[in-house]
Design a protein around this ligand. Structure first.
Ligand code: ADP
Ligand code: MG
Length: 695
């Protein structure tokens, strides 16, 4: 029978051993066509190249042993659920006994007289040799031994051998059909391998060196297209006309403030003012660690807009934050005679209508609010600037929905403030469509927060320390991961988690009867939450037991101690955010992490937090420990996935790919030249969600 070669566009169900049922399972992994299969890269490899005789096999690692099955396999049933298959095999000089657990089908799969390759660890007891559960295959059809074996990410019902076999088959038939998406000039300039070689090698590498060459090529390609797309997105925004401001010296504004701006704040203000007066729409991210003072930079921008007769809007992710911004921004602008308003969902209808009217009449210069700002009733007399705070909570869509309330011809400027420090490499990618101002300095007079990691055994001493802080007139946060005692997450031990409500009650009644203990969590009504937070901010509570609702932006300078229960439950960035709730005044502040967890990975994470206060350093560490997965995952950014590149490890290729993309775009910013049409098509299909922006 002649078999027709597979095409790169064929669906995988026609492949030998796959069929409709397994195709369905593969679809869950996103594998539909043979091309998808080739792009399903191994997650790791197993070196099965070494081949030894039974006698010479080392005992400390797995190797291949070539041997003949000497007699029919023997099956014995030890007890229910445990069956052993024993097989005797021989090579030129020695015999060896193989044992397989619960694989009784081997009775027929291993044929006496046939020669096989067995991959496993040889054990020696006296003069006898043994191997347990080896991987094996007939020598005459050798595919998965004596090679560097790819190990694929799998799903139930799909074995690694099945996947590897299918990939091998597709490579044999289709490798020649693959076109190289990279122009020959780029391959040459950056010394990159051809695509066919790279794909073949990444699945079945003859050596580690060759794997390295193949990987570099594939990583380069991924990042190259990412940067091409991002640069095009960014430059498409740059041509948008924005509200043009007349310049005013920012010193005039700074002189109205009760403090001197830090160097980083000055630099950021200058960068923003430059954008605001340029005539093009600003698209800027201010990235600064918690407490670096981003709010006042936003205020300065709003000030400049108002001086020019334009309105600004600041959108915060929660009512709590919106109100707090409102409270801090009002005095920051009042000295200049500018009017700040607040719009949140919980205002009464009448209050809302009043705000709407004032916005339309231009009687509010800066409106601070939540999503309520996006409501239909909101329209501005002259919206010139949109500020969003804690941007990881907002999608790009919401940012532009607010901006759309401005003039169509002259788009409002956009300023994004983010308190999540992100490693430079990642910022390049995630915020590729924004210009970035970095605030890497904290206002003077702040002390480093002292952070310690303790176990349960120190709990009583900790309570003593809490009391001491309160006696000195300070306030304390205690953060717990869970909300109600009954809120199990299916994991045993969830009941041990310090549950906010119960824990607060217990602290109040039996540990701190003389102190004022309050609690706040995400399941309370927002009014309730506000009331507790305001009480804490006003100093009416000594100890606040809370969930992570206090994570973002809340500012109580008198709080000097942050206690985090079950600290192992939080990610590094989140812990750092929580810690940032203290150390906001001039007093020495502390962060105590409580955890009894012993896993080395957890200890490393928590120790990293104790070692530094620098959010950027921690972000790098977090990226190294956990990979960029959740940063990427938590945002609906519509960027193509990275299958191969590891942003923490592959920084060198990252910069090379960026340079390569820039070189191409410098000569041809819109990829309009005939020789760039393939590149352009590829970028468009990778950035499907942003297609409108490109056209
Ligand atoms: P974040 O960057 O975390 O949003 P904020 O803007 O809330 O920080 O500022 C934190 C605190 O620091 C606020 O109380 C603010 O008034 C104060 N602050 C900001 N800039 C300065 C400065 N240059 N000198 C002194 N205090 C400042
Ligand atoms: Mg803030």
């Amino acid at each position: 029978m002649i078999s027709i070669p597979y095409l790169l566009s064929d669906t995988v169900d026609s492949l030998p051993g796959i069929g409709a049922g397994r195709a369905k399972k593969l679809e869950k992994l996103g594998i539909v066509t043979t091309r998808d299969l080739l792009l399903w890269y191994p997650r790791s490899y197993e070196d099965r190249r070494e081949c030894c005789s039974i006698r010479q096999a080392p005992q400390e690692r797995s190797v291949c042993v070539k041997a003949m099955v000497a007699a029919p396999p023997r099956v014995s049933r030890i007890r229910k659920g445990l069956e052993l298959v024993k097989v005797n095999v021989v090579d030129d000089a020695d015999a060896m006994e193989l044992t397989f657990f619960n694989q009784s089908y081997l009775r027929t799969a291993l044929v006496p007289g046939e020669v096989y390759l067995f991959f496993g660890t040889v054990e020696r007891k006296g003069s006898r040799f043994f191997m347990t559960n080896p991987v094996f295959e007939p020598e005459r059809n050798q595919r998965f031994t004596r090679c560097i074996m790819p190990i694929y990410p799998l799903t139930a019902g799909i074995s690694n051998n099945l996947l590897a076999g299918a990939v091998r088959r597709v490579l044999e038939d289709c490798a020649g059909q693959m076109e190289d998406p990279l122009p020959a000039s780029v391959l040459k300039r950056w010394q990159l391998a051809q695509t066919v070689y790279a794909v073949e090698t990444v699945h079945f590498p003859p050596s580690w060196e060759e794997l390295g060459v193949a990987r570099r090529r594939l990583i380069f390609e991924e990042l190259f297209f990412l940067f091409l797309g991002l640069s095009m997105l960014k430059s498409s925004g740059e041509h948008t006309d924005g509200v043009k401001c007349e310049p005013f010296d920012w010193h005039i504004y700074a002189d109205t403030l009760p403090f001197t701006l830090t160097k980083a704040q000055q630099r950021s203000v200058e960068e923003c003012f430059h954008d605001l007066c340029s005539g093009r729409a600003m698209n800027r991210l201010i990235q600064g660690d918690v407490g670096s003072g981003k709010t006042v930079v936003g205020a300065a921008c709003a000030w400049l807009m108002a001086k020019n007769g334009f309105q600004s809007a600041l959108m915060a992710p929660t009512e709590l934050l919106a109100e707090q911004h409102y409270r801090t921004l009002s005095p920051l602008l009042a000295k200049s005679g500018q009017r700040v308003g607040l719009l949140t969902g919980s205002l009464r209808a009448k209050e809302k209508r009043e705000i709407y009217a004032k916005l339309e009449a231009g009687e509010i210069d800066l409106i601070v609010g939540t999503h309520a700002l996006l409501s239909e009733g909101v329209s501005f007399r002259a919206l010139g600037l949109v500020i969003t705070d804690e941007q990881h909570r907002f999608g790009v869509g919401q940012r532009s929905a607010l901006a759309a309330k401005g003039d169509e011809q002259r788009r409002p400027h956009v300023l994004v403030m983010s308190a999540t420090p992100i490693p430079r490499t990642l910022a390049l990618i995630i915020y590729g469509d924004l210009d970035v101002s970095i605030m890497d300095e904290r206002p003077p007079g702040r002390q480093e927060i002292q952070t310690v990691l303790i176990g349960e055994d120190k709990r009583q001493r900790l309570y003593g320390f809490v009391r001491k802080q309160v006696q000195q007139g300070h306030q304390v946060y205690i953060v717990c991961p869970a909300v109600e005692e009954s809120e199990g997450d299916g994991v045993s031990g969830a009941m041990d988690l310090k549950a906010v409500t119960a824990y607060a009650g217990q602290l109040q009644s039996s540990v701190f009867p003389d102190l004022k203990v309050g609690f706040v969590h995400g399941k309370q009504k927002s009014r309730e939450k506000e009331a507790v937070m305001s009480a804490f901010a006003a100093g009416a509570l000594d100890v606040l037991v809370a969930t992570t609702v206090v994570e973002v932006g809340v500012d109580v300078p008198n709080a000097t101690l942050m206690v985090i229960e079950n600290a192992e439950r939080f990610g590094l960035s989140q812990l750092h955010q929580l810690r940032g709730r203290v150390g906001r005044g001039s007093e020495q502040s502390y962060c105590v992490l409580i955890s009894n967890h012993r896993s080395p990975e957890t200890r490393q994470r928590l120790k990293a937090l104790c070692a530094t206060n620098d959010g950027f350093v921690l972000a790098e560490e977090d990226l190294r420990l956990r990979g960029p997965g959740d940063l990427f995952g938590s945002r609906q950014h519509g960027l193509p996935p990275l299958r191969m590149a590891d942003l923490a490890a592959d920084t060198r290729v990252l910069y090379e790919a960026r340079d390569a993309a820039q070189e191409i775009l410098q000569a041809d910013p819109g990829l309009d030249l005939p020789e760039h049409q393939r590149l352009r098509q590829r970028v468009l299909s990778l950035f499907e969600q942003h297609r409108d922006t490109f056209n």
